[in-house]
Design a protein around this ligand. Structure first.
Ligand code: GLP
Length: 255
């Protein structure tokens, strides 16, 4: 059954399948530019990982005139590996500096994110929670999908935390490919919570590659479970999921 929906008809997730990762990334870059247009100081929450890298690169290649609202956005880091030194190449911090902040020329004062190795991780989460309460909500939240259904580092479990928090990393997350180059393993995660993510005005979820097919197959079912955090996206009024053919289960048709 094709569970993709007409976004004007009902809340939930609208799925768009693209033939290739490149075409998905182009569409994602377009969607980000569209979302930014007309917003003076867009608050854009950004994921790391392999999925959005080409999208960021495409945005940076576009002429500054057509991407000015994106380049002028306030950038908020979605999550971070806790216990890694800030200069560790595996941190989300270094990823964002390499792929987003540098290439898009985002000024330092437009960027907010969890420190990777804070003295007091709980206080660091409280700092981000407070910042978001004062400066939010997020206008556009760009997410990737964990193979175990995590969003940010909101991991599957018997309950979920609504606000920014210190997360126990699942075995799955500890093997994330970003960590291949880590100087030491992370001890915990720092992440926005599901309520902060779901308060975003628009959510864009990118899913790419055959390794994600099982997770996407589950997400297509509109059943909400803390054991699959991404399913909470069904409760949001405006989520667009862009995926490539390799990730798409047969229940989703390409166009
Ligand atoms: C990690 C990151 C998330 C990312 C997810 C998917 O948990 N901390 O921000 O969205 O993995 O990563 P990938 O796109 O590499 O599959």
């Amino acid at each position: 059954m094709d569970r993709s929906r007409d976004r004007t008809a009902e809340p939930g997730i609208a799925f768009d399948v693209f033939d290739t990762h490149d075409r998905m990334s182009e569409a994602a870059a377009d969607a980000i530019v569209d979302a930014a247009e007309g917003t003076q100081d867009l608050l854009w929450c950004v994921a790391t990982g392999s999925t959005p890298t080409d999208t960021y690169e495409l945005l940076a290649e576009r002429p500054p005139t057509s991407t000015a609202p994106v380049r002028n956005a306030r950038i908020l880091k979605l999550d971070e590996w806790g216990g890694l030194a800030v200069e560790d190449p595996a941190t989300c911090e270094q990823y964002l500096r390499r792929h987003v902040l540098g290439p898009l020329g985002v000024p330092e004062h437009h960027y907010v994110g969890f420190e990777s190795d804070p003295d007091d991780p709980e206080a660091e989460c409280q700092r981000i929670r407070q910042w978001l309460a004062e400066h939010g909500p997020i206008d556009l939240c760009l997410l990737g999908l964990g193979r175990n259904g995590h969003l940010g580092l909101n991991e599957p479990g018997p309950s979920l935390e609504p606000f920014s928090h210190v997360a126990d990393l699942s075995a799955h997350s500890q093997q994330h490919r970003m960590l291949d180059e880590a100087e030491r393993p992370p001890r915990y995660g720092l992440t926005l919570g599901l309520a902060e993510i779901l308060q975003a005005r628009q959510i864009l979820l990118l899913v790419s590659g055959s390794r994600k097919q099982e997770a996407l197959d589950r997400l297509v079912q509109p059943e909400v479970s803390t054991q699959f955090p991404a399913s909470f996206l069904w409760m949001h009024p405006q989520v667009r999921c862009l995926c490539d053919h390799a990730a798409a289960p047969s229940s989703l048709s390409s166009h």
